[in-house]
Design a protein around this ligand. Structure first.
Ligand code: MLT
Length: 216
C-alpha cells in the first residue's frame, strides 16, 4: 500500500508493453486489494493501479457520496471524478504510465463513467461492470475513439435495464466505441464477466500502436 499520493492505492508494474495499464475501481465496501485478482486475470502483464475510494458509508469505502441506493449526490460525484482524474495524472507521472483503461465494478464503474464524461483525457477507455448513469446533467464530452465495454446483468436489482441502456447511449452519443452486453446474471460478477472482459482487453491490446510496433 502506498500513501505518498492523493489516494491510498496499490500499484503493480506491468510486464508487457503492449498490455494497457488498468485503473481498478472497486465497488462499495471494497478496497484497493479487491480487484487486483480480476485485473491479473483479465489483463495478464498489465500494470495495475488500484486506489481506495475516499468516501465512507457506514465504514464502507466508496468513490462518491450517495443519498440512497441509486440516488447520487451529484455535486460530490463531480468533485470526486475530478479528484480521481487528478490522481491518475499524478500516478502516470510517478509510475511512467500511458493513460489507463478503467476497470470498475458497481460504484467503481459509476465513478469511471463520471470521469469519462467530465475528464475524458484521463482514461484511454473503460470496462464498466454494472454501471449506471452517474450524472443526470452531464456535459457534452468528446469520447471519440474511446473503447468502452459495458456489462450489465439482466437480473440486476440495483441497475434498471433502461438506466444501463441510457448510459450506453450517452457514451455512444459522445463518440465512444461502446460494446454493451447484457449477461444472464445479477449485480454480482460472473464467469461471463471475466471471459468477456478478457477477450475485449486482448483485442484492445492487439490493436494498440505498441503491439503494431512490436509486430512490425
Ligand atoms: C452506487 O452507489 O454507485 C450504486 O448504487 C452501486 C452501489 O455501490 O451499490
Amino acid at each position: 500500500m502506498t500513501q505518498a499520493q492523493s489516494f491510498i492505492h496499490r500499484f503493480e508494474p506491468g510486464r508487457r508493453p503492449d498490455a494497457p495499464p488498468l485503473l481498478l475501481l472497486h465497488g462499495t465496501g471494497g478496497d484497493e486489494a479487491d480487484l487486483l485478482p480480476l485485473g491479473r486475470a483479465v489483463a495478464p502483464g498489465s500494470a495495475l493501479l488500484s486506489p481506495r475510494g475516499k468516501v465512507l458509508e457506514a465504514g464502507m469505502p466508496r468513490f462518491f457520496r450517495r443519498l440512497r441506493e441509486g440516488v447520487f449526490d451529484e455535486a460530490d460525484v463531480q468533485a470526486r471524478a475530478h479528484e480521481l482524474a487528478d490522481f491518475v495524472a499524478e500516478a502516470r507521472a510517478v509510475y511512467g504510465l500511458m493513460a489507463p483503461v478503467a476497470l470498475g465494478f458497481s460504484n467503481g464503474a459509476n465513478i469511471a463513467a463520471a470521469a469519462l464524461l467530465l475528464r475524458p483525457e484521463a482514461l484511454a477507455g473503460a470496462v464498466l461492470l454494472r454501471a449506471m448513469v452517474p450524472l443526470s446533467d452531464a456535459p457534452a464530452a468528446d469520447l471519440r475513439g474511446k473503447p468502452i465495454l459495458l456489462l450489465s446483468g439482466r437480473m440486476d436489482p440495483i441497475v434498471p435495464a433502461e438506466n444501463a441502456a441510457r448510459l450506453a447511449g450517452m457514451l455512444a452519443e459522445a463518440g465512444a466505441a461502446v460494446q454493451h452486453q447484457i449477461l444472464p446474471t445479477g449485480h454480482g460478477l460472473s464467469q461471463a464477466d471475466v471471459a468477456t472482459t478478457s477477450a475485449w482487453i486482448r483485442e484492445l491490446a492487439a490493436a494498440s500502436p505498441d503491439s503494431a510496433r512490436q509486430a512490425g
